[in-house]
Write a new protein. Structure first.
Length: 250
């Protein structure tokens, strides 16, 4: 059976990994949770220091400027919403994986890291928060679920008002509670499971999204869509049969 390897990386407190792996197993996939990605590589002290330094260079300091990997910043320097350049994080993780487990890449398998880090990709003159980064390894970011898909239009309208009048934004968040995925939201587990299927399908067919707005592989842009569609965990017949085909591969 084709193996699906799931890892975590500073995960959200409300994420129940068993919920994610259970959802995938129910689709016939052979899933193994390997724990924290970097711990699983058993890095030595020097390698840990090396990776820390590389990860710090992948931080986004200005949302309108692509990360310059050769530039060094002080670790204490504040950066945008703790945002990282998703492709750099991916390169760093894959580099260490290849170094520590060179034999494993030749074997078939899909590797996805469920991360609490906020990952962005640069395009149209600024960084955009992403829920999914496909590739090796693939990432599903629980912080991306909060910051990526747009909140209701009224939220942004009121937010501007709140900022103008110096009011506390937590009041606004309270008023809109339940209308968007929040940090430590208990719905994160179910939604994350759905999102793992996107890079998985992409890995096999190049297809990342489904046109069916009732299917978890639909490309949601709004929080409301995420809460309706990805939270439902429903796959259309065509996508479900594709995922079950993946499960049967070797
Ligand atoms: Zn579908």
């Amino acid at each position: 059976m084709f193996p699906v390897y799931i890892y975590s990386d500073s995960p959200s407190q409300s994420l129940v990994m068993q919920g994610v792996t259970g959802f995938l197993s129910d689709l016939g996939l052979s899933v193994e949770f390997r724990g924290d990605f970097l711990s699983c590589l058993s890095l030595g002290e020097e390698e840990m220091a090396e990776i820390e330094s590389l990860l710090s260079r992948a931080r986004v300091f200005n949302i309108e400027t692509p990360v310059d990997f050769l530039e060094t910043h002080l670790l204490s320097e504040p950066f945008e919403k703790e945002l990282y350049d998703g492709f750099w994080i991916q390169r760093i993780f894959s580099r260490f994986f290849l170094r520590k487990r060179p034999g494993e890449l030749a074997k078939s398998g899909f590797h996805a890291v469920i991360t609490g880090r906020l990952l962005g990709t640069y395009g149209s003159r600024r960084y955009h928060a992403r829920v999914v980064i496909s590739g090796f390894p693939s990432f599903v970011s629980t912080s991306g679920l909060v910051e990526g898909p747009a909140r209701p239009r009224e939220y942004y309208f009121l937010k501007a008002e709140f900022i103008r009048s110096g009011k506390d934004l937590s009041e606004l968040n309270e008023a809109f509670r339940g209308k968007f995925v929040d940090y430590e939201d208990e719905r994160i587990t179910k939604i994350t499971g759905s999102y793992v299927l996107q890079p998985l399908l992409h890995h096999f067919s190049g297809k990342e999204f489904c046109e069916n707005s009732g299917c978890v592989l639909f490309n949601s842009h709004w929080q409301k869509e995420v809460l309706d569609i990805q939270y439902s965990g429903f796959l259309c017949a065509e996508c479900e049969s594709e995922i079950r085909k993946v499960a049967k591969r070797r």
